[in-house]
Design a protein around this ligand. Sequence first.
Ligand code: IPD
Ligand code: CA
Ligand code: CA
Ligand code: CA
Length: 266
Amino acid sequence: MTDPLLDELLSLALEAAHRAGALLRDGRPDDLAVASTKSSPIDVVTEMDIAAEKLITGFLSDARPDDGFLGEEGASAEGTSGVRWVIDPLDGTVNYLYGLPTWAVSIAAERDGERVVGVVEVPMRGETYRAVLGRGAHCGDRRLRVRPAPPLDQALVSTGFNYVQSVRSHQADVAQRLIPRLRDIRRGGSAAVDLCDVAAGRLDGYYERGLHPWDLAAGDLIAREAGALTGSRPGEPASGDLTVAASPGVFAPLQRLLDDLGAWHD
Ligand code: IPD
Ligand code: CA
Ligand code: CA
Ligand code: CA
């Protein structure tokens, strides 16, 4: 399937993610500190989140000045081309702050409101995940496929916790009741990496409540193009309400169990 626009968007996303990843990996100050906080005192931003977003939006808008933008650190433009970039310049800021390796640059492109390209660069693993709508998901030369589904009680499932305390407490309560029903739970610290790990067959599933579009835009496409099912409440697409991503045999039982446990209730 040739579509020169998708080829262009993919190569721009790859280059922007690569440059931002190198900046974050090589430019991390030893005395990196919290620059500010957002939704709560634990929702931190560093100077590097902001520098990476600036680099990405500068690069992309030089190449395609008429595109729209939505970035976690404030990038926002309507655009007139029908293309919008959805950017998380540093997904996993808390890991990055502490020098833990699980963090990523996440860039997705939408055309007329539909996600068509997703790139997640994970510099400390030396991995770049990419997907184009209808063309599958890849990491380097490797075509990504979800792993064969085990029964739910043998599934390894990752999750995350929101920065808002009321949401967190509810998430902790759901996780506590979920643990005995699964093989185990992981909390990696980067939603984008979690979604790529589902795509790569390193996790059977992932769920989280309260994500923003920039957390999941690229990873959702990568997971789906690798054969995962993604969604929210039964019958709804993945959203901030609740994001569930899993291999096909795990998805429906996990979604049902989350429903039983009241995972999306306030
Ligand atoms: C966060 C990470 C984390 C998830 C949070 C996100 P950030 O993004 O993806 O794993 O649990 O919900 O907000 O703030 O590090 O870009
Ligand atoms: Ca953040
Ligand atoms: Ca994020
Ligand atoms: Ca971020």
